[in-house]
Design a protein around this ligand. Sequence first.
Ligand SMILES: C[S@@+](CC[C@H](N)C(=O)[O-])C[C@H]1O[C@@H](n2cnc3c(N)ncnc32)[C@H](O)[C@@H]1O
Length: 438
Amino acid sequence: MVLADVAPTSRNPIRPVQFLGAKSRSLPVLLGALEDEIPGDAVADIFSGSSLVAQGLARSGHLVSACDALEHCAHFARALLGVGRDEGEAVPQLELRLPDWADGPWGSWLAREREALAREDAEALLEISLTLPQVWRADGASCELTDLFAGLAPGSGPAAGLVASHYAGTYFGLEQALEIDLIRGEIAAARNSGAIDRWQESLLITALLSAASECAFSAGKHYAQPHRIRRDKDLAFLRGRVLSDRGKGLLRLFEERVSSLHAAALPDEGHRAEARTLEQLVREPQTLGAVEAIYADPPYTAQQYSRFYHVPEVISSYRVPNLQRIDGAVTRGLYPEPTERHHSRFCSRREAPDAFADLCDLAVERGALLCLSYSFTRSGETGNRRSIDLPELRAVVEERFSKVVELEIPLAYRQFNAGGHSLTGRSDAEILIVARNR
Ligand SMILES: C[S@@+](CC[C@H](N)C(=O)[O-])C[C@H]1O[C@@H](n2cnc3c(N)ncnc32)[C@H](O)[C@@H]1O
């Protein structure tokens, strides 16, 4: 269950997808600490990610401005903070008419996938995964599929058939991918015709990404790369996974998520949610409005969020990506070109000190309290090296604020296992740096 271990009608914050670094485990303690420190009502969460903290702050009675560099994260925040939600609004309905895919360009492949699932034939599903024609692997494509691929010009959108042509057989099954395209196309059409408003659009996109995340055939349900199928390896694990992941009904999950998110989203209380980078906020600080505190939970690792969440970004924008090619081959994760992915300075050891200086300067400029989350390993082991060390970060903050305190937020959490670098059983800690000018 992706929806944050909560009942659908819960009034607790909801994590719509598995999201790296989401504050699921420390949330109650973190919110308690923020509650003690934040002087007034208006607060900004400017790296809002899954929107868990923004929701928690809103539920504690704050007026929240949520921003993130990633567009799909802004959809999460807009949906769950009820930004622009009409009072008494009913669950939005889409006119989803299932086309006869059997007669379309994917017909024979879809029949194979359905048969394999009906027979619980994991080998056949893995074989389809390795051979299904795609934009980036057109071998074996029929004339109809070749025409379909040719119509998907990079940059164009809304692009019907995008997900099935780029991510079927890897992150999703073919039927799941076709259903994602169907739903995303209908959301775009409903928005264009004025049948749904901006909040409803965000709710539906959040529900779609939540359902897609649950189906994703990848470690951790993110999109760094799909599970790798290698014939020379023991495939027992993958056989189990492919059967359970490909067997999930995306359409049913989507419908479930629409109603559970609709029940859990806040009414419109004047919160705001936008896709904005810290750099954009620094250039135009007034767009943040009058805030008494800024909560900041930037990334501290070399892993770029846009690398882990490029597929939700593509589904959210619904524009055809330009897939990155290295020596003529697409990357294993099917990443878009670096120019189409957000590059975070917070993930670079060289750029992070300046990025943190900009963040502090923004809070100073706004006359706001800065509450900055930082996580580190107590043991000093470096399973995942930080882009900035704590002493260096302290120096940047203390140079700009007259009073800085550090609060420990206790937790023990499992680290994302990147290439065998995970350090198990360790007790990590998180701190909240609270900085103000008297
Ligand atoms: C650690 S996550 C935040 C997690 C969040 N607190 C939660 O509970 O889900 C960091 C977020 O910062 C965003 N980010 C990275 N660099 C950014 C920048 N320069 N400006 C704005 N957002 C950025 C990423 O997209 C990611 O969503």
